[in-house]
Design a binder for this molecule. Sequence first.
Ligand code: NDP
Length: 240
Amino acid sequence: MSMIDKVAVVTGATRGIGRAIAERLQADGASLVVCGRDAARLKDWEQSGVVTVKADIADPDAAAGLVKTALDSWGRIDILVNNAGITRDGFLMRMPDNDWNDVLRTNLSGAFYLCRAAIRSMMKQRSGHIVNISSVIGVTGNAGQTNYAASKAGLIGFTKALARETAQRGILVNAVAPGYIETDMTEAMADKHREAILQQIPLGRTGTPQDVADLVHFLASDRNRYITGQTIHVDGGLVI
Ligand code: NDP
């Protein structure tokens, strides 16, 4: 039970990858604070003793409130996983300001708000693990996803800078870049598009939320002593 005595905050844990990450950490004994916007799904977490916060992480006050709740409830934060994210796909020429701003605010500013709120307590305790969920799209780009690619590439630069800023205080900051993972986010994709991506995955299958959760678990654990500022792909070899 490598996570006993660890307090983890996971954003976007009501579904998909975030849920799998939170379950993986909980299975190893971590005390959890999870957030999302879907009250019914948050109720499921409450039943297993998890502290839940209904919060829109794109709102700086709500993000700060989430961190405050974690500190009030457990007294410390050892692990912060910035997972919550959205897509609003469309070609640049026709992209409304809202689709650009919503994606940047949620995917990039959300992580900034959470890190800013949590970093002081991690610095004081001289330890902490932060894992930001980026995407291979932030590395390769993708037509129809300028907003999403910018947010995920931004997270990679953010991760590197914060890793440098906090290393001397024992805080390790990394990014994870998933490829094609089966969740609600990818469910809407047309079969033809999905098949085309599958052809490009050397391991011959799409990923599961658990594939991502296992890596996040390692990066956030005390077994990760010497990896910081990195972006690690979980993509079956899609981007090599
Ligand atoms: P889902 O759409 O399945 O789940 C997204 C989660 O984020 C939900 O729990 C949702 O909670 C939460 N969320 C979204 N916006 C907000 C917000 N403003 N405030 C709080 N919570 C929010 O996505 P995935 O599980 O597929 O994706 C998780 C992360 O992984 C995202 O950052 C995504 O970009 C990234 N990723 C996913 C890939 C994939 O193939 N699936 C590939 C690469 C990266 P609620 O509904 O309760 O608001």
